[in-house]
Write a protein that binds this ligand. Sequence first.
Ligand code: SF4
Ligand code: SF4
Length: 321
Amino acid sequence: MKYLSCRYIEHGMDFEHTRLETCCFTCHSGGGRITLKNEYKGEPIDWEALFNKKRKYRENHRKGNISPNCVGCVFLEEKEWDEEDYINFLQFNYWVLCNSKCSYCYEVQNKKIFEKIKPYNSVPIIKDMIEKKILRPGGEVSFGGGEPTIAPEFEELIKLLTANGFKNMRIHSSGIKFSPAIEDAIRKGVLNVVISIDAGCEKTYKKIKRVNAYKKVLENMKRYAEANMDYCGLMTSKYIIIPNVNDNRKEIDMWIDSVLQSGGNWLALDIEDVWYKTNRSTISSYYLHLVEYVINRAEALNMKIELYDRARGLKEGKNQL
Ligand code: SF4
Ligand code: SF4
């Protein structure tokens, strides 16, 4: 039977700071995320209780009752979904600490709240899932939150997922710390690292990131790009357009040049989240033209570009949803 659902409701799990959720997506009118377990801090999981909760949401979607959180989400799709209980879409957003201090970062802006959060370890849970055959490769794994590479369990976690057949992993990183596990997974063609540099020069980088690491990030982009010799696009450089800071063609051109010099050829583009949400119904056409400029530059240089939710919303005229 075909019905409207998404891969995260069906088979997803997101490790958040203090909760387990279906996904971490929030940039749509429903607001996103369905909580699977509140007040979670890394304890062993009662899988029957978790899948019971999932089954209820899946049943509701089967009856056409879309969760209010999911309204307007781009991940909803109508198709035949299987009825088995397993997880193959994993998101890791539990880690909060970072080696950067980005001006637009929610965690930096709410430092007092986030410094109280005690990170937990996910490796014991992943091992439990593997042992119980709850975890199936074939889906996707992504990382967000703070800077994952500085989590003590990070290298072990990536090695574990790589060894257990995950072939579609994506990590958002500041790029300040080099990770041998990322390098190895890139070399094997199973992991895409997305490095948010957001700038085309040291001065703008420092203004946004408020750390002195521009050269280090360029060096690490180059090392990851070198590991990417046999596969395309496993080192992506990301640029978040921040109004009145880096929202100009000159900075964007310098950024693209730096990516080419590192040996990379994949770009990702986004727009600063809080500004976008606050201004979504009145955003000037300047920003649409800027997004189009980056797309055209990438095409002219034979580079690939991925638009993240906000840039894609603007491009598709859905920013007023
Ligand atoms: S529809 Fe969207 S918000 Fe709802 S669970 Fe799926 S990805 Fe998350
Ligand atoms: S790299 Fe990410 S988590 Fe770290 S400060 Fe920047 S936005 Fe926040």
